[in-house]
Design a protein around this ligand. Structure first.
Ligand code: NAP
Ligand code: MG
Length: 499
């Protein structure tokens, strides 16, 4: 784990840091074409950090033109893979060298504890870029099984211009999951960050250029979803949209693609992870710790957040007691203090949304065991206490909808078939977790659970080497692993008659 600077140092750095706030096109920061901006508030104290250029369809047009030109003239797409690899490695190294600055921008922008932005988010970005840089000169084409008088080559080519549209919960981390493989494969990229979290995306655009990624290959257009996001989604010259965000907006991108140029779409959308605890879990203390981290990490603003806790009836009482003991110890605090492990919500809107869900839990008759309040309002910050509901029924809103906040919904189950049925009763299917020492039960559950990722006696075990993504309305297409690289390529079959 990287050593982290003390509290005073972060406060000092926060005073001095510069906030990037312009659109980045063709290797330059410029104002939005229409001259519009929107305010960037910190959820830590409500302060307006800067005014960010509000890109719209004209800016998207310029960014896509620049990306297309770069792609067609081959300044990046035609480089030998090992050269792209070298430049991407330099890019990762520069990000590592700017880790404090980037972590601080992330924390000020969206309230994530500096502890995590500095030791998780930014290192994860560096790892992802390195992984795909390392991979790209190890991907081979195929030769088709044909006769001696003919030759069939199956090659993978970059798609062209990839639009990446990302959310605010792990702003740079999620963006890297898109741009790293897309760039490694030789594509040009136009990145649209979420309006709540544009700062790190804008900052790394210049870092990419310094590292040797040619101008035009990596463009960043901040702006609002319905304007900049939609313009990218509907653009006739964008070959693919790689999206992470809500299911609702994911569906819009399918529509945009269908109504424009039939561009490819990859969607990583919402989730409602069932975390299933059997009485024969190998270590209940470990299961408790994971259940707590699984819902409260990043203030619950995680697509894979273990927001539905399913506990076997016979251990329900003792499990909840231990869980409450652990959850009570979590203290929301200033995200700039490295001792803080639970920061703010991303903004006022999300805070209000989560409080409404908590209210619906009360109204629909769930038992509130812990939290449920907004606190520290005098700081101007968006703090909600860790919240635990018990006696939740499957039809309740808090059991069905993705809250994207620190709110746990607990349901007791009788046996594995009851647990499977409850777990699968969701429009989502991103992750599911099972805690049991019974190997055969674990395998059966893993098969029966409708989720893109199942973890046994573990939670949130993301590995670069394993595909990440969902089924049902959690989306399709996978990030991470070589599958996450292949989706930024298309196959070409070349047939050669030798006689
Ligand atoms: P969101 O509202 O769906 O926004 C995601 C992105 O889409 C943002 O850049 C947003 O821009 C843009 N957008 C919004 N409306 C649009 C429109 N009409 N047309 C085109 N683009 C539009 O999601 P969010 O609130 O940022 O993030 C929370 C959601 O992301 C949750 O549902 C969560 O589950 C999901 N998520 C999924 C994963 C995963 O890997 N499966 C990971 C993280 C988060 P603006 O910000 O400007 O609106
Ligand atoms: Mg949004």
């Amino acid at each position: 784990m990287p050593r982290i600077a003390p509290y005073e140092s972060w406060i000092q750095q926060a005073e001095e840091i510069e906030f990037p706030n312009q659109v980045f096109i063709e290797g330059e920061y410029v104002d939005a074409a229409a001259g519009q901006t929107f305010p960037c508030h910190s959820p830590i104290d409500g302060r307006c950090l800067t005014q960010i250029a509000a890109g719209d369809s004209e800016d998207v047009e310029r960014a896509v033109k620049s990306a297309r030109k770069a792609f067609e003239d081959g300044r990046w797409s035609a480089l030998p893979p090992k050269k792209r690899k070298r430049i991407l490695m330099a890019f990762a190294e520069k990000i590592r060298a700017h880790a404090d600055e980037l972590a601080l921008l992330e924390t000020l922008d969206m309230g994530k504890p500096i502890l995590f932005s500095r030791t998780h988010d930014i290192p994860s970005v560096v790892r992802t870029i390195r992984w795909y840089a390392e991979a790209i000169d190890k991907v081979y084409g195929e030769i088709a099984p044909l006769g001696n008088n003919e030759l069939g080559l199956i090659t993978r080519e970059p798609l062209g211009v990839v639009g990446a549209v990302v959310p605010w919960n792990f702003p740079l981390d999620m963006a890297a999951l898109k741009f790293a493989p897309a760039l490694a494969a030789g594509n040009s990229v136009v990145l649209k960050p979420a309006e709540q979290s544009s700062l790190t995306a804008l900052r790394i655009a210049a870092i990419a250029l310094e590292a040797g990624i040619p101008a035009g290959v990596f463009n960043v257009v901040p702006g609002k979803g319905p304007t900049a996001g939609q313009a990218l989604g509907r653009h006739m010259d964008v070959d693919m949209i790689s999206f992470t965000g809500s299911t609702e907006v994911g569906k819009l991108f399918l529509k945009y693609a269908g109504e424009s140029n039939m561009k490819q779409v990859a969607l990583e959308c919402g989730g409602k992870t069932p975390n299933i605890i059997f009485a024969d879990a190998p270590d209940l203390d470990v299961a408790v710790r994971n259940a707590v981290d699984g819902i409260f990490y990043n203030s619950g603003q995680v697509c894979t957040a273990a927001s539905r806790l399913l506990v076997e009836e016979k251990i329900h009482g003792e499990f909840m007691e231990a869980l409450l003991d652990a959850a009570r110890k979590i203290e929301p605090g200033d995200p700039l203090n490295p001792a803080t492990e639970f920061g703010t919500m991303v903004d006022e809107t999300q805070t209000g949304r989560v409080l409404e869900y908590i209210e619906s839990g009360h109204r629909e008759g769930a038992d509130l065991l812990l939290g449920g309040e907004r606190i520290n309002q005098e700081s101007g910050g968006c703090y909600i206490t860790p919240t635990v509901f018990d006696k939740v029924r499957r039809e309740m809103t808090i059991a069905r909808e993705e809250i994207f906040g620190p709110v746990l919904a607990t349901i007791a189950f009788s046996d594995s078939s009851n647990a499977t049925e409850l777990a699968n009763d969701s429009q989502y299917g991103l992750q599911a977790a099972v805690w049991t020492r019974d190997l055969s039960k674990a395998h059966k559950m893993a098969r029966a659970l409708k989720a893109g990722m199942v973890t046994i006696n573990s939670l949130d075990s993301y590995k670069e080497v394993m595909p990440f993504g969902g089924v049902k309305q959690s989306g399709f297409g996978r990030d991470f692993s070589l599958h996450g690289l292949h989706k930024y390529t298309q196959m070409k079959s070349t047939y050669i008659a030798l006689d």
